[in-house]
Design a protein around this ligand. Structure first.
Ligand code: GDP
Ligand code: CA
Length: 311
């Protein structure tokens, strides 16, 4: 079976471990959001690609959900001691090596797709990881600066990590200076897929950017697409996705997110049992337990998604 998943970081990566557990023989291609990517200290940093790569490759800090296990923070502390204005960003010492190596390869002329394949040679994630695009595109958040009272746009990471999404977002935009073309292999993988899964990733800043890549929505329109709700009982399970949904005028509920994706995109929508009764016109909605407490319960979620797809 050929499965394509569109994924952000933690929610996407955890779900994908369940997919691999449920159908170990499936050929899995993961199209990963790059809207969170940023450049710090000259280093290209791709948080969602790294989270998926470390999680599936066995290098993740399972408790934190991002970054390397057995991490230390000496470089970050040293940067703070220099008064670096970006010392709020969580750069672990082990993780730093990934960004150094990525940047080294990119300076040598490699595309992000090529770099990702190279990094995955070490991690062997058991799936093909593709960035959504080799074109740089960054999610920016417009807020009113509490100090100056002026409206300004900041990189998603500054809003999410430095401000913990506490400044009300007036808009969230994927900013790119070039045509946002799909990375090589993305449309082909979707075309060849038996089913496309939308893990319980953030609908606005993880799945949303991938859907903005040229040709992706079109390619999905002829496919069986099953989504899993990241919202349970009116709240995100982890993180601050509600702040993102509010910014684009969507209520934080499994029903509102399902309707936001809509029947143009979705064939099936899985919600948690507490949200049984949710309806999305034109979409087959089913309620199953959606807490990814361990890999076995997560595999059951993956199985439910495949059952709903009829594959
Ligand atoms: P990020 O890029 O690291 O923020 O990760 P994603 O975008 O892939 O996933 C974030 C989303 O995962 C959040 O909106 C959470 O609500 C959702 N999430 C995390 N854990 C669970 C879980 O156990 N069950 C469900 N249904 N959603 C979850
Ligand atoms: Ca992310």
């Amino acid at each position: 079976m050929r499965i394509v998943a569109l994924a952000g970081g933690i929610g996407g990566a955890r779900f994908l471990r369940g997919v691999q557990h449920a159908v170990p023989d499936a050929e899995l291609t993961v199209v990963v959001n790059t809207g969170d990517d940023t450049t710090l200290y000259g280093l290209r940093i791709c948080p969602d690609l790294d989270t998926v790569m470390y999680t599936l490759g066995g290098g993740i800090d399972a408790e934190r959900g991002w970054g390397r296990q057995d991490e230390s923070w000496k470089a970050k502390d040293e940067l703070a001691a220099y008064g670096s204005p970006t010392a709020w960003f969580g750069l672990g010492d082990r993780d730093l090596a990934t960004h150094l190596r990525r940047t080294q390869l990119m300076l040598g002329g490699a595309t992000l797709t090529e770099v990702t394949a190279s990094l995955c040679e070490r991690w062997q994630p058991g799936a093909r990881l593709l960035p959504m695009s080799d074109t740089q595109a960054e999610t920016h958040v417009t807020v009113t600066d509490p100090e100056t009272g002026q409206r300004r746009a900041m990189h998603f990471q500054e809003w999410w990590i430095r401000h913990r999404a506490s400044l009300p977002a007036e808009s969230i935009t994927l900013v790119t200076h070039n045509e946002l073309l799909p990375a090589p292999g993305v449309l082909e993988a979707i075309h060849d897929a038996d089913v496309v899964l939308l893990p319980p990733s953030n609908p606005v800043v993880s799945i949303g950017p991938i859907l903005q890549v040229e040709g992706v929505r079109d390619a999905l329109s002829s496919k069986t697409v099953i989504g899993l709700s990241p919202i349970i009982g009116g709240a995100p399970v982890r993180g601050m996705a509600d702040a993102c949904l509010t910014a684009i005028g969507i209520e934080t509920s499994a029903e509102a997110v399902g309707r936001h994706y809509g029947s143009d995109l979705l064939d099936g929508w899985l919600v948690d049992v507490v949200d049984a009764g949710v309806s999305v016109p034109g979409v087959d909605v089913r309620a199953v337990p959606l807490y990814m407490t361990d890999v076995v319960t997560t595999a059951a979620m993956a199985r439910s998604a495949l059952d709903l797809a009829g594959v």
